[in-house]
Design a protein around this ligand. Structure first.
Ligand code: FE2
Length: 134
């Protein structure tokens, strides 16, 4: 379970709201995995993929509008992560095997998200707010 205190805050409040929404989906996913509730797992990983797709597109718009110099590096991390999530959704549809989702959630999904927010998101939010103060 990730707590709200573990979620790093960035300089753009709407981004923090989005990150929190995703953390709630991931926490629900962890609960569904613990209960081996395959229907709920299937629903939540699709929901997570959909939410993350919109979330990343919104961040990319902010970066483009701010003419952020590290846009390409940040976008390729987003693309890589989305591809991974997409493969996970396909894998689960085929196997309905919660163990693989558990391993991915613990070993990759949550650590990657916290690290990404702390580093790339924090840097781009700082740059964008300094460039275009709201
Ligand atoms: Fe990002």
């Amino acid at each position: 379970m990730t707590t709200q205190e573990q979620l790093p805050m960035v300089a753009i409040p709407s981004m923090n709201d989005t990150h929190l929404e995703e953390m709630i989906i991931i926490d629900k996913l962890d609960t569904a995995i613990a209960n081996s509730d395959v229907d709920t797992i299937a629903k939540l990983i699709s929901e997570l993929l959909e939410h993350t797709t919109i979330h990343f597109a919104n961040e990319e718009t902010i970066m483009l509008e701010a003419q952020y110099p590290d846009y390409q590096a940040h976008k390729s991390e987003h693309d890589r992560h989305l591809q991974e999530l997409g493969s996970l959704v396909n894998y689960f549809e085929r196997t309905r095997e919660p163990k693989a989702i558990y391993a991915y959630s613990k070993g990759n999904l949550t650590p990657w998200r916290i690290h990404h927010v702390e580093t790339m998101d924090a840097a781009m939010a700082k740059y964008a707010t300094e460039k275009n103060p709201h």
